[in-house]
Design a protein around this ligand. Structure first.
Ligand code: NDP
Length: 482
């Protein structure tokens, strides 16, 4: 006997979305000149209109951030800065439900994830960095490390508020001020965060948010008043940013793409591994830079794992992101759906075998069923390129060394997973995998104290932990100290 789930939709009543938004500059909302619509990707309903920031808006925001840096923020002690961060963290917790619903509406990700993962982690990042604000001299970064000044921050659409927190919290804790541009399709929670800054009585100009598209991001990157850039997004745009700042003294952290390998050895606990595989690729619709998008299975257990994976995937509930029982929500945009559809068609054309469970996908909105490809080889584009959707490429191996060679054979090096019962094998594999983050017998676990970042085309630098603080601080000779 099977039970059907009754609908369990979260109410939208808690959020109040304005028909139109301006930029948040110097502590106030200022009207934009041009606007573009932002939609709910699950229904294609227009939620609001967002301002398209131009050069003059970026100029004003940078001027406000510079003034706040010189006159206020750099004059406060770490303890005082920490108090603001604690206040922001508490307000975020108090308004968590509102943020979770708004993020789900704007992004398409399930409420279960925004409520239980995104927003609690956002608050955790502010709490964690609040604790560091008065202890920077003891962070192992040298005597009296100094902030850079104004940080330009550009965030993607896959974890809109969480990526804001990854960037704003360390910048503020270390004494920098901020000009941030959220992704074009998901600006609403950043604008609600601006209200939290007002509620926390953060001094004017410490956080400035200019909404817009890629040209707005480029204006921030190229602005001479910006001293440090923090970017999360595609490798292509990361390369453009690296080129743009090459002849300047701007510092940068770039968190770019990935093609994470999830390696399952024959001694792994199979049922747990199947849960980890599902979490690795279907969490957040696979819109995750560190997703376990390549499953590398020991040949002797491949059939069993794939059979169990199919059974588990048949239980994934795809649909209304606001329903509390939904596991897989909407794809964030039409453009992203086209990209996923095209790369999957390339997988078919290259001879890999596609499988998806039966799903009733709505005609409205952007949807893609959870999908696996078997018979994938290293030469296939679906084994090399980031699909950034709920699509898993499955490869097999016979020897542990072959597993490592296959896992490392992409231009990326962001994340990897190891599934094995033996500690010695886990240590051996983690020494051979070229990835910035390696999980053992789990996947997609995040913590503000843990540095995150990649090798090769996955980016520069680390965010989170002490390493993330270092990216916002001048140390040693950089401070001018003799
Ligand atoms: P982008 O890299 O284009 O976007 C990331 C952010 O950068 C957005 O705020 C974007 O603005 C901004 N941006 C775009 N062009 C420039 C520029 N020249 N200078 C400065 N900032 C710029 O990612 P997309 O949203 O276009 O997604 C494309 C692909 O990137 C995805 O399919 C996925 O593979 C990958 N991706 C990877 C992410 C990761 O976490 N590693 C996150 C998101 C995407 P706007 O939104 O207006 O374009």
């Amino acid at each position: 006997m099977t039970f059907e789930y009754a609908p369990a939709p979260e109410s939208k009543a808690i959020v109040s979305i304005k028909p139109k938004y301006g930029h948040f500059i110097n502590g106030s909302f200022v009207a934009g000149k041009k606007h573009f619509p932002t939609i709910n990707p699950a229904t294609e309903e227009i939620l609001s209109h967002i301002s398209l920031g131009g050069l003059s808006d970026v100029d004003k925001a940078v001027a406000a951030a510079q003034k706040a840096y010189t006159k206020t923020w750099s004059k406060l002690s770490g303890k005082e800065r920490g108090k603001y961060l604690y206040r922001i963290a508490r307000i975020l917790q108090e308004r968590a439900r509102e943020f979770a619903v708004l993020e789900t509406l704007d992004n398409g990700k399930p409420i279960r994830e925004t409520r239980d993962i995104d927003i609690p982690l956002v608050a955790a990042h502010f709490f964690y960095h609040a604790g560091w604000a008065d202890k920077l001299d003891y962070a192992g970064l040298g005597h009296s490390p100094q902030p850079y000044g104004v940080a330009g921050q550009i965030t993607p659409w896959n974890f809109p508020l969480l990526m804001l927190a990854w960037k704003v919290a360390p910048a503020l804790a270390t004494g920098n001020t901020v000009v941030l541009k959220p992704a074009e399709t998901t600006s609403l929670t950043a604008l609600l965060f601006a209200e939290v800054c007002q509620q926390a009585e953060l001094p004017d100009g410490v956080v400035n948010i200019v909404t817009g598209d890629g040209s707005t991001g480029a204006a921030i990157v190229n602005h001479p008043g910006i001293h440090k850039i923090a970017f999360t997004g595609s490798t292509d745009v990361g390369k453009k940013i690296a080129r743009a700042i090459a002849s300047t003294d701007k510092k940068a952290t770039l968190e770019l793409g990935g093609k994470g390998a999830n390696v399952v050895f024959d001694d792994a606990p199979i049922d747990e591994a199947v849960e980890g595989i599902v979490n690795g690729i279907f969490f957040n619709q696979g819109h995750v830079c560190c997703a376990g998008s390549r499953l590398i299975l020991q040949e002797s257990i491949a059939d069993e794992v794939i059979e169990k994976l199919k059974v588990r995937m048949s239980k994934i509930r795809v649909g209304d992101p606001l329903d509390k029982n939904t596991d897989l929500g909407a794809i964030n945009s039409k453009e992203q759906l086209v990209k996923i559809t095209e790369l999957s068609a390339i997988g078919d054309a290259e001879g890999a075998e596609r499988w998806s469970p039966q799903c009733n996908l709505s005609d409205k909105g952007f949807w893609f069923a959870p999908t696996i490809f078997t018979g994938v080889t290293q030469a296939h584009r679906i084994a090399q390129e980031e699909i950034f959707g709920p699509v898993l490429s499955i490869l097999t191996f016979r020897t542990p060394q072959e597993a490592m060679d296959k896992a490392n054979n992409t231009p990326f090096g962001l994340s990897a997973g190891i599934w094995s019962e033996k500690g010695s094998r886990i240590f051996w594999a983690s020494q051979h995998l070229k990835a910035g983050v390696i999980w053992a017998n789990t996947f997609n676990k995040f913590d503000p104290a843990s540095p995150f970042g990649g090798y090769k085309e996955s980016g520069w630098g680390r965010e989170g932990g002490k390493h993330g603080l270092a990216a916002y601080l001048k140390t040693g000779k950089e401070t001018g100290a003799k």
